[in-house]
Design a protein around this ligand. Structure first.
Ligand code: ADP
Ligand code: TRP
Length: 342
């Protein structure tokens, strides 16, 4: 009987998030555009999900050790509070697995300057005034090492990171061809783009920490109502039909309401009335603020708990690193052998 081919290795998810913003700066765009779907994957592929806090990458912009440490801690709390389960998904600090820096060097040795010179993110950052350090230029190589080190097959990212994942595909091919006669020493990753359309900010542009138009995930009560009150709407008068398709408030309601509830709200917009009383943007905003406040209440409570128990956060990160490191070592060992090192 012919031998059956070996089963394909399991799918594995990996993504990184930069701790470069101020503490607590994660906003609704980050949640609905990235974090929510990242966390959901832990139930699709339990045990095969790896998320790390990209502190080596952050060194290209953050040069304050205390701030970096605080941002990493805050980001870990954010993921844990929002439902990341360390039993299903490994959450760790990038720098707790320093093997990634060695793989980055091996990849750099087979990567042409021309490839890196094409990087949009590098060009954008320099155009925006960031000093073009060698680290900033090398950023995509380190990112490719992140992905390839863990044999990732699926890399959930935003559109802005797509090119970097394609570079990782290219670097895996260069490495395999240069050192292994084309054998799959490094596995080819595929990007997975978020399904959420762009989340608008207070001013209607993409919500982003760099535009100052964000609603933080953990904002609540009066401050949340005040922020939601600032969302830009048109000047339709109270009692007149409101255009819901183009409304920034409605775009956010779409993210937090079930379909039947959303249809009901669309009805209020179209009538300019709710239960016989005039309905305007102010009412829509009150509704949105109340929904957001309730939706994130359990996560806020978990966050408060974790803020008071930093040892639980440290334990989760240590457990994540302990899961990630043997995987990293095994890949690096394969690569070293292929290159003739050691
Ligand atoms: P920021 O623009 O605030 O700096 P990042 O670039 O750090 O946000 O984004 C981190 C992740 O969140 C990426 O996957 C990105 O695609 C997603 N994201 C950020 N803002 C939005 C948004 N307004 N709508 C949808 N996704 C977003
Ligand atoms: N460059 C990514 C960002 O700015 C963060 C990141 C670093 C990453 N390494 C990664 C994302 C590996 C996915 C896979 O958002």
């Amino acid at each position: 009987m012919p031998a059956s081919p070996p089963p394909p290795p399991p799918a594995r998810v990996l993504s990184g998030v930069q701790p470069s913003g101020a503490s607590g700066s994660q906003h609704l765009g980050n949640y609905f555009g990235a974090i929510q779907q990242q966390i959901a994957l832990q139930d699709e592929l339990p045990g095969e999900v790896y998320y790390f806090i990209a502190d080596y990458h952050a060194l290209t912009t953050v040069h304050d050790g205390e701030a970096l440490r605080a941002n990493c801690h805050e980001l870990a709390i954010t993921y844990l509070a929002l439902g990341l389960d360390p039993a299903k998904a490994a959450l760790f600090r990038q720098s707790d697995v320093p093997e990634v820096a060695e793989l980055a060097w091996l990849l750099a040795s087979v990567t042409g300057m021309g490839l890196l010179e094409r990087a949009h993110a590098y060009k954008d950052k320099v155009a925006n005034g960031l000093k073009p350090s060698a680290g900033l230029f090398f950023y995509p190589v380190l990112m490719a090492a992140d992905i390839l080190l863990y044999d990732a097959t699926l890399v959930p990212v935003g559109k802005d990171q797509l090119q970097h994942v394609e570079f990782a595909q290219d670097m895996a091919t260069y490495f395999n061809q240069a050192f292994a006669g084309g054998a799959d020493v490094l596995r080819r990753p595929e990007p997975r783009l978020s399904r959420t359309p762009l989340v608008p900010g207070l001013d209607g542009r993409k919500m982003s920490k760099s535009y100052g138009n964000s609603i933080p995930i953990f904002e609540s009560g009066k401050r949340l109502r005040k922020l939601v009150g600032q969302i830009v709407t048109d000047s339709t008068e109270l009692g007149q039909p409101l255009p819901f398709e183009s409304c920034n408030v409605f775009a956010l309601l779409r993210l937090v309401c079930a379909e039947d509830e959303l249809a009901e709200i669309a009805g209020w917009y179209q009538a300019g009335a709710r239960e016989g009383k005039p309905f305007g943007y102010g009412h829509a905003k009150q509704h949105l603020a109340a929904k957001l406040d309730a939706l994130f209440a359990p996560a806020r409570a978990r966050r408060e708990h974790l803020l008071a128990h930093p040892e639980e956060v440290d334990a989760a990160l240590a457990a994540g690193a302990a899961r990630a490191r043997p995987v990293a070592r095994a890949t690096l060992e394969r690569c070293r052998r292929a290159c003739g090192l050691g």
